[in-house]
Design a protein around this ligand. Structure first.
Ligand code: UDP
Ligand code: MG
Length: 309
């Protein structure tokens, strides 16, 4: 199918980092799957600073296919950044993301799209029969999925599955960085996206190696925490800073009380309670500063909302 940029129906976005043995096979399978759908599409590979022949392989393929686009990063900026760049570039009405290591199967794309057409904005793949290591992959992922469901109220089983379909206008509202590509449904949920899931096949990695180890779990947890803070306080930061400021002021008040008590009912002199004076002052000063910080944060949020509109 030929492409005229404003008429594209589908964009497939694939971040790749040192996937030289997977790139061509995957490309062929994607083309096969998308040709069967009979609508204009593009395939966007984002080379995340590979040091092997990945870019070379893709560039060669590109020569004979105008539907193939290749973005190249100067360095390795991570899967989220690569995915984000691909999303920004993609111009299809529906954007499908997937891994570049053949663990996701392009033959699932028609199913995702079919589900989208039932009236959803995001359809997530669910690797029900996941082919990864138990201890370092499946268990942390089960826990993370539970947490995300609790925190966000978005009830999908496999937020970490890259194979997902998104409506482009929802993606335009979301910024993907850090490890956040795993939580796009949650971020989409904030924007009011209708979300669903379908089961997808998952294969073992045949070529190349996984780019992650157990430390990823910690990075994911950090992003999960920031996502939580985001969801709770982003529209009204004073809720957070205000509470913290009040705690500090309450502490200041208690120390003031203790100081007055010592002066009034014990035989302490003013010099002897000196330390209480400075502590009291410190807590009040910090308390008010935090409160004002929250006020300023609220002003910033209001202003940026106005700019966005
Ligand atoms: N990837 C990337 N940049 C990175 C790490 C990974 O673009 O810094 C790509 C990688 O090439 C693959 C996808 O992200 O296409 C998922 O990575 P991987 O298969 O290593 O993750 P796993 O399946 O082990 O969770
Ligand atoms: Mg993989």
């Amino acid at each position: 199918m030929g492409t005229s940029k404003d008429k594209l129906e589908y964009s497939v976005v694939i971040p790749v980092y040192n996937e030289e043995d997977n790139a061509e096979l995957l490309y062929n399978r994607i083309v096969e799957a998308l040709e069967s759908m009979k609508s204009p599409y593009e395939v966007v590979f984002v080379d995340d600073g590979s040091s092997d022949k990945t870019f070379q392989v893709l560039s060669d393929l590109k020569k004979s296919d105008e539907n193939l686009k290749v973005i190249k990063f100067r360095g390795n900026f991570g899967q989220s950044a690569a995915m984000g760049a691909g999303f920004k570039y993609a111009s299809g009405k529906i954007v499908i993301a997937m891994d570049g290591d053949l663990q996701n199967d392009p033959m699932d794309i028609p199913n995702l799209v079919k589900k989208m057409n039932e009236g959803y904005d995001i359809v997530s793949g669910w690797r029900k029969n996941r082919k990864d290591k138990m201890i370092i992959r499946k268990i942390p992922s089960k826990i993370a999925n539970r947490l995300v469901q609790k925190l966000t109220g978005v009830k999908i089983h496999d937020t970490g599955c890259s194979l997902k379909a998104y409506r482009k206008d929802i993606l335009n509202k979301i910024r993907v960085y850090g490890e956040l590509h795993r939580f796009i449904p949650a971020l989409g949920g904030i924007e009011g996206a209708r979300i669903s899931e379908v089961e997808v096949t998952h294969h073992e990695r045949k070529f190349g190696v996984s780019k992650y180890n157990i430390t990823r779990t910690f990075r994911v947890i950090m992003d999960l925490i920031s996502l939580n803070v985001f969801m709770k306080y982003l529209s009204n930061p004073l809720q957070f800073f205000g509470r913290l400021g009040l705690v500090f002021n309450a502490l200041g008040l208690s120390f003031l009380g203790i100081m007055l008590y010592c002066l009034q009912f014990s035989n302490f002199t003013f010099e002897e309670v000196n330390v209480l004076v400075s502590t009291t002052f410190l807590f009040f000063a910090a308390g008010f500063q935090i409160l004002f910080f929250g006020l300023i944060a609220n002003v910033v949020v209001r202003t940026s909302n106005r700019i966005k509109k």
